[in-house]
Design a protein around this ligand. Structure first.
Ligand code: PMP
Length: 421
């Protein structure tokens, strides 16, 4: 059990009001709020230790380097990596996925190889591989979903072959909320000697992650979606896979030596962390991971499970007015619920909820192919985290009820066509 009341005290922003109402923040799949411990760790770094890392012999630089390296150790512990140097700090999941696609893909793919993506992939995982496939004359195939919002494992079995070199998938979908069966995917991929690249953007912040147990080859996730600062992300790779990669963003800090016709790359992970990194961000991210470990990731998962179960139950009161996407069974989904109000544009609902001080995301959530597959122009997405409560969900349902009552008037409102990715 987690003590939400106590947790909420650590998040200063939750006291903010929007149009006179205390904010209800349900946009956690986009980014999460930051606890005071994370904010303080950044202030402390800049107040006491700020210097560039790995370059100076002076005390400040050595202290900053030590703090930054220790941050890698904390993240290794958080996901049960074998060693801290398998942890590459980067800027977000998008960056992590680009690093793998270019650094592994450009070096190891050959003409005619196949890359298996899923129709529920985020653009951040889909597009880097599509670019690299073009450059290497490799072929992309997409695994479909079933009508009830699960990955179609039969389709996966049909599409995987001896030509498949890479299998990419989200551990949890940022739209459907579906939690995919990692071990089943890994088994099929490894049977044909394909590597497995998992997008952990929506899973790592919300559920225990054990990369050894998962059996995957690479995992990317975003620090800013797990209480850490924006501009922080992580690529974890199994050591032998990281060794197979050619550094693709290169420059300062990626090398041990450079002559005019040769370069000796630095040890892991530095050869993949080019230039001055987000030092304060990395330290803040480690503080976020410590905060989550103190709560316990099992407890985080349990809390969100209860919130989702409660929401789906309360949604039933809205009857035909609401259409919910993704698996019906709350146990098969994470803390993300995408829905539409019948006959209302998703942006209209999002704007109306904002008037009640409720922050949700509307649009296609960087998953256009998935929305097209579902025949949708967009959805409203509520996504939860450790500081959300059932009382907030009650208020959310009340607000949706009011919006439904005003439907006829709202239908005629001009829709602001904002691009939401
Ligand atoms: N993958 C998934 C499943 C996501 O939900 C997101 C963020 N919406 C990303 C990748 C990209 O994350 P970031 O914007 O931090 O790179």
């Amino acid at each position: 059990m987690i003590n939400v009341e106590e947790i909420r005290k650590d998040f200063p922003i939750l006291n903010r009001t929007i149009r006179g109402r205390r904010i209800v923040y349900f946009d956690n799949a986009a980014t999460t709020q930051k606890p005071i411990q994370v904010i303080n760790s950044i202030v402390e770094f800049y107040t006491k230790y700020n210097a560039n890392i790995h370059r100076g012999l002076h005390t400040l630089s050595q202290e900053a380097s030590e703090l930054y390296e220790k941050a890698h150790e904390v993240i290794a512990k958080f996901i049960n990596a074998y060693s801290w140097d398998e942890i590459v700090f980067c800027y977000n999941t998008t960056d992590a996925m680009n690093i793998v696609a270019y650094a592994w893909g450009l070096k190891n793919l050959r003409e005619g190889d196949e890359i298996l993506l899923t129709i529920m992939d985020h653009h951040s995982t889909m597009l880097p591989w599509r670019n690299v496939a073009k450059m290497k004359n490799a072929r992309i195939k997409y695994v479909d979903i079933t009508s009830d919002g699960y990955l179609d494992y039969n389709d996966l079995e049909n599409k995987i072959s001896d030509k498949t070199r890479v299998v990419v998938f989200p551990v949890m979908s940022n739209v459907l909320g579906t939690i995919n069966d990692v071990k089943r995917i890994v088994k099929l991929a490894h049977e044909v000697d394909a590597i497995v690249v998992a997008d952990g953007a929506q899973s790592v912040p919300h559920t225990p992650t054990n990369v050894r147990d998962m059996g995957i080859d690479f995992l990317g996730f975003s620090g800013h979606k797990m209480l850490g600062p924006t501009g922080t992300g992580v690529l974890w790779g199994r050591r032998d896979r990281l060794e197979e990669m050619m550094p693709f963003k290169v420059g300062g800090d990626t090398i041990k030596d450079v002559t005019l016709d040769n370069v000796v790359w630095h040890d892991l992970p530095w050869r993949f962390e080019a230039g001055t990194p987000n030092i304060a961000g990395g330290i803040g991210l480690a503080e976020a991971a410590k905060y989550l470990m103190k709560i316990g990731m099992e407890n985080v998962r349990q809390h969100e499970k209860e919130l989702v179960e409660y929401t789906l139950k309360r949604f039933e009161e809205l009857g035909e007015e609401i259409i919910v996407y993704g698996p019906k069974n709350p146990l098969d989904r994470g803390g993300v619920i995408a829905f539409n109000i019948r006959d209302l544009h998703h942006h209209t609902v999002g704007k109306a909820l904002d008037l009640f001080g409720i922050a949700v995301r509307t649009g296609m959530h960087c998953a256009h192919p998935l929305h097209y597959r579902l025949g949708l122009k967009g959805t409203v997405r509520a996504s939860y985290y450790i500081y959300n409560t059932k009382e907030e969900i009650d208020y959310f349902i009340d607000s949706l009820n009011k919006i439904i009552q005003l439907k006829e008037a709202l239908k005629n409102q001009p829709v602001e066509e904002v691009c939401t990715g």
